[in-house]
Design a protein around this ligand. Structure first.
Ligand code: EPZ
Length: 425
């Protein structure tokens, strides 16, 4: 189903050359916006990517009574007038953006109650929320389901969340973030084990500690949070988007182009860089700058996606596009989401040779891909098809541009600037 007919047109086979500035991380900025609910002061966020998911999140927070002023890559967020969401205003907004569910932790911490539409599954998987729910219950929350709304209430005598020890049964980025935010204002100490270790978790803890929270261990297996009475405002710069950076490194590799990425964090990309080196790419580094120099012939390489510091699931589709014309056969195993192979049929329609069994794709490298009309199905699948189009013979038209605009700032403009023949239609 396409929201509209927006698409990318790409003339493949061009070498790229030059530098791309990496934008702020979508998967940090959205959670930092939710975390601003915890503060009674003003939160000034810098390096915020101008993407549609940020616009939707802003609308949700404004509908809750927050005052948000945006100017280029900066958001000024004032939260003194916020009130818990009243159901009718929100259903479609919340439903269009899964990460809006992460507001539940801050709302419970600040107001002792929350009423939020139950997040649905999506194309890449059922996207359950059991880790969020079961852990919040341990902080003193009860939940009721009314129509498609989750009604949550803190039932401790003081109506304030109570710190507790929680051992997640799976590494969930969202559940880890929800509990860090909720526990920041809880009474007493919370210990979180088997937590996600993504860099975005560290970014969230950094900002909350700047606001007066007392969080230790973000990025490790165990996080300790000493609840405080209140959190003040702060200025904070969003970390660089490691998935955008990885996407452009893969675009350089598939076009055999030497390019550099600035304003990025090489240490967020260690596993991706390791796999690209195995393919035959060389790298040079200086502070916040990565330069990639691909070989003429690229080798097939196997990957299995896993929570950080493993290979990120969000780069599985772009990496598969790269493997379609690598030398040899590669196995790509998706172990994080149960249904994240929608790009396979579209890549095969361009001449790739990919078969899938039990979430493992076997990619037999072919000489060349042919430009085609292909359809993006989600954010990262659409990016993968655009990457394939950069190297294919002839013209590729990628439909589903609205998916791409959810998570990549100026995707086509950044590639155009370094020599790609790519335009939005
Ligand atoms: C975050 O989603 C990212 N989104 C996703 O990025 C990313 O793919 C994912 O983490 C994994 O890295 C944002 O940060 C906004 P999870 P999240 O909870 O938090 C299972 C993109 O393309 N699980 O870490 O929703 C779940 O089914 C998007 O930018 C439970 O079982 O992911 C999945 O198999 C896509 N119960 C695994 O954990 C729960 O309560 C990882 O999910 C929660 C999750």
């Amino acid at each position: 189903m396409f929201l509209n007919n927006k698409r990318l047109e790409i003339e493949g086979g061009k070498f790229l050359e030059g530098n791309i500035n990496i934008s702020g991380a979508k998967n940090s900025a959205l959670v930092l916006m939710a975390a601003s609910i915890l503060s009674k002061g003003q939160i000034n966020l810098f390096n915020v990517p101008q993407i549609s998911d940020v616009l939707v999140m802003s609308k949700i927070l404004i509908a809750m009574g927050m005052d948000i002023k945006s100017n280029a890559n900066q958001l000024k967020i004032k939260t003194e007038k916020i009130s818990p969401p009243s159901q009718d205003l929100f259903f479609d907004l919340f439903n269009s953006l899964r990460v809006s569910f992460f507001c539940i932790g801050p709302l419970l911490a600040r107001f002792g109650k929350a009423k939020i539409p139950l997040p649905g599954g999506c194309l890449i998987g059922s996207r359950p929320i059991d880790e969020h729910i079961n852990s919040l219950k341990k902080l003193g929350v009860i939940f009721k389901l009314k129509k498609n709304y989750l009604i949550a209430e803190v039932i401790t005598p003081s109506k304030r969340l109570l710190g507790s020890s929680i051992n997640f049964s799976c590494k969930s980025v969202g559940a880890t973030e929800t509990l860090i935010m909720a526990a920041s204002l809880a009474k007493g100490k919370t210990i979180l084990k088997n937590v996600a270790q993504e860099p975005e978790i560290i970014d969230l803890a950094k900002m909350l500690n700047l606001m007066g929270a007392r969080i230790l261990g973000a990025g490790s297996e165990c996080i300790t949070i000493e609840g405080v009475e209140s959190l003040k405002g702060c200025d904070f710069r969003v970390m660089p988007d490691r998935i955008e950076a990885g996407t452009f490194l893969i675009a350089a590799a598939i076009t055999r182009s030497k390019i550099s990425l600035s304003q990025c964090e090489p240490n967020h990309l260690e596993e991706v860089i390791k796999k690209l080196e195995l393919c035959g790419c060389k790298f040079k580094y200086s502070k916040n700058l990565i330069t990639i120099i691909p070989n003429k012939i690229l080798n097939s390489v196997n990957i299995t996606t896993s929570p950080f510091p493993g290979f990120p699931t969000d780069l599985q589709a772009p990496f598969m596009a790269l493997m379609t014309t690598a030398h040899g056969t590669s196995q790509i195993k998706e172990s994080v989401f149960e249904n994240r192979m929608h790009h396979v049929n579209e890549l095969n329609s361009m001449g790739a040779n990919i078969s899938v069994k039990d979430n493992i794709a076997t990619v037999v490298g072919v000489k060349k891909l042919e430009g085609r009309l292909v359809m993006g199905s989600d954010l990262r699948a659409t990016a993968a098809l655009a990457i394939a189009g950069l190297s294919a013979d002839g013209k590729t038209i990628v439909k589903g541009l609205e998916y791409l605009e959810r998570g990549y700032e100026d995707f086509s403009a950044k590639l155009q600037k370094i020599g790609a023949v790519i335009s939005k239609k």
